[in-house]
Design a protein around this ligand. Sequence first.
Ligand SMILES: Cc1cc2nc3c(=O)[nH]c(=O)nc-3n(C[C@H](O)[C@H](O)[C@H](O)COP(=O)(O)OP(=O)(O)OC[C@H]3O[C@@H](n4cnc5c(N)ncnc54)[C@H](O)[C@@H]3O)c2cc1C
Length: 387
Amino acid sequence: MRSTHMISRAVQLPSEIRMLRQQVRDFLNAERAAGTILGRPDSWLTGWDPGFTRRLAERGWVGMALPREYGGSGRGNLERYVVIEELLAAGAPVSAHWVADRQAGPSILRHGTEEQRRRFLPRIAAGQCFFSIGMSEQHSGSDLASVRTRAERTGNGWRLTGTKMWTGGAHVNDYAIVLARTDESADRHAGLSQFIVDLRDPRIRVEPIRLLSGEHTFNYVHLEAVELADDALLGHAGDGWQQVTGELALERSGPERFLSTLPLLIALVAELRRGACSPEQHARVGRLTARLASIRQLSLSVAAALEAGRPADVQAALVKDLGTRFEGELINEAREILPVAARFDATRGSYPELLATAILHSPGYTLRGGTNEILRGIITRGLEASR
Ligand SMILES: Cc1cc2nc3c(=O)[nH]c(=O)nc-3n(C[C@H](O)[C@H](O)[C@H](O)COP(=O)(O)OP(=O)(O)OC[C@H]3O[C@@H](n4cnc5c(N)ncnc54)[C@H](O)[C@@H]3O)c2cc1C
């Protein structure tokens, strides 16, 4: 049980990080005063504001972990962790750059050619180039290796055909990293590859998938014989499965997997402060906060393990399972602690509107990025292997 023991040790953040945290808070306070932050739940998914992203990038807080030679800040993952947890807690509109910063940039750094690194990474770090994730399809979510989108060799590149589903931000972003089958005869894992696809290509048709709230964040992306140049291939043909697995580790391990509804808890406390807060209400908020603190400590341990280059897939799956369940349970607790009618048509940023948003987004918390059932499979196999 060595691996599970590792995540129970408390991580001490370096003291210089305190100054960074304060700088981020000062920036967020100024943005809040300017009305650009409404403290909304799920802001990393639906808060699309390229202007906010660019202001963040000017301070070096986008592409923080990318090396300086590619326009990044060359700071570690723990510093990045502090910045993103502050942004998430504030409910800041960070969805424009979220995928580029979290996984597309690191993936291009790791697998891309020198030419691809120079083309994409400086623009990502400048907050001027946004990415979507093109993994899932109608019948390939949990079983990702069964994707049917295919890329065929042409004289000077590839022809991409198929339909991706749940592609967040495809209607507003610049590129998607698409997982496609390039070899029908190979083993289903070996025959996959990844491509960097320009979402403005005329042979791409983007069709909205609306959330329960009616918001347009997700899409079907129909790839209708899209012609790609050779240099659209990311990494080596046939290595798509290993590459996508590495991306999923980044996608699953961050603090957005337990902080999506934290702005609701913050708003709840503000509401309680307005009136007389009963001992029962106090105690229930205290219990929620204690749970949050313990999940955060586990999540920080995962970040520290990744920073030290230690594998943490099992630990990340555990934190995501605990964290995403907490996101939903926080809403139910909030409704009991302060019974207020949730209203999606109430003033944006008001408590009834934040509550309605959190509720209407809740089916997705335990699904996106890999369902909790799949994560529990990973956890079980990891525990078996460590016996
Ligand atoms: C809000 C949201 C945002 C998303 N964003 C993106 C995105 O930007 N890009 C992208 O590519 N994808 C995205 N996804 C897709 C997401 O990754 C998939 O929905 C997820 O992996 C589940 O796949 P599925 O929907 O096909 O469900 P299925 O795989 O069909 O699963 C259906 C049910 O069966 C269970 N199940 C399946 N297999 C097993 C098993 N082996 N053992 C036990 N139970 C199992 C699942 O847990 C689930 O409960 C998003 C999804 C959501 C809801």
